[in-house]
Design a protein around this ligand. Sequence first.
Ligand code: XUL
Ligand code: CO
Length: 435
Amino acid sequence: MAYFPDIPKIVYEGSKSKNPLAFKHYNPDEVIEGKTMRDHMRFGAAYWHVMRNSLSDPFGGGTAVTPWDDQSDSVDNAKKRADVFFEFLEKIDIDYYCFHDRDIAPELNDFTKSTEALNAVVDHLAGLQKSTGKKLLWGTACLFSHGRYSQGAGTSPDARVFAYAAAQVKAAMDATHKLGGEGYTFWGGREGYATLLNTDMKRELDHLAALLHMAVAYAKKIGYTGQFYIEPKPREPSTHQYDSDSAACLNFLRQYNLLDHFKLNIETNHATLAGHTMEHELTVALGSNALGSIDANQGDTLLGWDTDQFPSDLYGTTKVMLKVLEMGGFTTGGLNFDAKRRRESHEPIDLFYAHIGGMDAFARGLKTAAAIRADGRIEDFVKARYASWDSGIGQRIESGSTNFDELTEWVKQNGEPVVASGRQELLENILNELL
Ligand code: XUL
Ligand code: CO
């Protein structure tokens, strides 16, 4: 049965097309820098936003029109949603998806029942993956919605809550493994605090690390070889979240000997909330070889919260794709649209417009990034800007073969350095020329 009867499979029609249900720039088979766009992007759709986001906000209930959903907690309803979702993936031509355990299956009033429901839906998803060729980019456990997690999961002050979270992660890892998930994500939903008056920060961080170490050990036990990610976000829902940005995540992973097992899943709107640009967050991760995957969305400069809008800013997508190309492309990761429609875009067809827009914005970002790299002027400028380190005194500093006394002598002999311009405006002009 077709749940989107009026919507055809979305195809590339080129930049002249006026068809709103067509790609103008995302041409999956077009080769750029030796790889198809499809393989560069590894687009993913987020089950929680596409299927489970009712589009409510703090001031009003959901508006999303979902005629297929009977709103019950039955496994049949969950399976039907999965059918709808896979029809969506087929029509939008997205190869990957991501889920939380509680998006795909209901949380029932007892752990065993919830896990049985999860396993039943996972079997159904396995069948859908097999018949469509769609793949799981990553799975995760929702450790932030239920009331028991209101004060954290891995960082809860209550050991019983930690135990519950661990059991839930185990089941979600089993599900991810069964579905061939290429990654498993930990987003620290409420792993943080509201006030230090009631919080033992060091103890909570030790516990979070213990949870992640147990996950690593369990993966080994079941033979799961997918990539683990943690996902930085500075606040919301917690006032302060421990995984606040890329630098904080890397420090945490290093401190607790987890860096060999985890990479980062970096989200644009979270970078904004952290007071960073997305390319800053990606660059920090790249510097430690820890850029794993991307949650592609964008925030609203006029709203200080996690609006999870679909990416439409071409500067943003260009800068992201520059970093992805610099990395040599994704391995297990991809561009997961952790993005929702506006509350007022409530019709099923808006799901398609939203993803088409995001995919086209990234296609233009990829093309511009490749053009910037082929042009070479920006890269040459950066190389030249650091040329004083390639020989002479710069080389001796970098190689650690000089000291304060020698450098003082050198300054006395060579006098005042004449510093070159940073040429930011010129570089911005080149970027705009190639956009
Ligand atoms: C929340 C967020 C999550 C994670 C998965 O801001 O980004 O959806 O991506 O738990
Ligand atoms: Co996310």
